[in-house]
Design a protein around this ligand. Structure first.
Ligand code: NDP
Length: 328
């Protein structure tokens, strides 16, 4: 089967040569192990951080080993009594058509009412990220104004829909008219500002007439600065990501004084450090997806060989919704 390994660490933006596609033999299973045929691979912004060896919350991706990544698939062979051939599972088997697992980090999933791929998106890590930042950090009340950047994406789309269900006024920020139209017309946000239209500050001011009470920040840089300028007193910020700064370009916060004048609080978080809350969050998200109350959209690369290009596109906003790679 095929897999993609990290060939070299990026110097500046990611390039195709940072990855290498390899063909490897299917290994013999040891006692307790299962063999999984992966159907979808999730591409996520955090992978950019793992490609570097800078100090971070997680250890770097080793050179020459399968790129880290979340996967959904099906058990095709098992020497573990907890799993049966045909079981659908979500796990972290990486950029690879197949994977061997000892079962510890593999979770069986029910695809009766929820599509398999959604377990990598709205009912998976990105959905849980949205749920955590919103319910544990922002804690908005009905009637408050909530702003979310990268609003059409895997995380942002869930943040906005959940905040709408909490009775908030929800404003997205996204790149391009198509993404903004989707965010308002399909996802039901109250407004969406296209930061590529060239008048971010004026458009955000028009969309937030009562100021901003809570922000879910995914991007950083001038998008975050524009939101900070509109914050109301005692506003809360969930700092989830700063994707504008991942691929080599530094991003700064220029409006730091507003934290003092508006008595703001901001907390960064890493969703994988809050596993205790995942069962609760995922069951709520799963129920919403199963009943059509939480919508999502996917960009699907056709095969493993297309993964590097799709990943580079994700870091430039070329994806529209959750970026996946189809493996079978
Ligand atoms: P998305 O599906 O939102 O895709 C990324 C989006 O980010 C792009 O579509 C693009 O949207 C925007 N983007 C990309 N590059 C830039 C750029 N240079 N400047 C501005 N916008 C850019 O990804 P996810 O939903 O998976 O992730 C969203 C954020 O959440 C990321 O910052 C990620 O790191 C973070 N995250 C954090 C976690 C945590 O535990 N803290 C866990 C999971 C995700 P557009 O075209 O609208 O600009």
């Amino acid at each position: 089967y095929q897999r993609i390994v990290l060939a070299s660490r990026p110097k500046g933006a990611v390039v195709p040569e940072n990855f290498r596609l390899e063909t490897v033999p299917v290994p013999e299973l040891k006692e307790g192990e299962v063999l999984v045929r992966n159907h979808y691979l999730s591409l996520d912004p955090y992978m950019r951080g793992r490609m570097e060896d800078a100090k971070s919350y997680a250890v770097p991706q080793p050179i020459g080993e399968t790129m880290i990544g979340g996967t959904v698939g099906e058990i095709v062979a098992t020497k573990n009594p907890k799993f049966t051939v045909g079981d659908k599972v979500v796990g972290m088997l990486g950029w690879s058509e197949m994977g061997v697992s000892d079962g510890v980090l593999l979770r069986k999933i029910d695809t009766t009412h929820i599509p398999l791929s959604a377990y990598l998106g709205s009912v998976g890590m990105p959905g849980m990220t949205a749920w955590y930042g919103l319910t544990q950090i922002m804690q908005p009340k009905a009637g408050e104004t909530v702003v979310v950047s990268a609003a059409s994406g895997a995380v942002g789309s869930v943040v906005g829909q959940l905040a709408k269900q909490m009775g908030c006024r929800v404003v997205g920020i996204a790149g391009g008219a198509d993404k903004c139209a989707y965010v308002v017309n399909e996802l039901g946000f109250d407004a969406c500002v296209d930061y590529k239209a060239g008048q971010l500050k004026a458009d955000l001011a028009a969309a937030t007439p009562n100021g901003i009470d809570a922000v879910f920040e995914n991007v950083g840089g001038e998008i975050f600065d524009a939101a900070l300028e509109r914050m109301n007193a005692f506003g809360r910020i969930a700092l989830c990501g700063m994707i504008a700064g991942y691929d080599g370009q530094p991003v700064a916060i220029n409006n730091a004084r507003v934290f003092l004048t508006m008595r703001l609080s901001m907390r960064g978080f890493i969703v994988s450090e809050h596993m205790d809350l995942w069962p609760k969050g995922l069951s709520e998200l799963g129920a919403l997806v199963a009943t059509g109350k939480l919508k999502f959209r996917e960009s699907v690369a056709p095969d493993l060989a297309a993964a590097p290009e799709a990943f580079m596109g994700l870091l430039k906003g070329k994806n529209f919704g959750k970026q996946l790679v189809k493996l079978i």
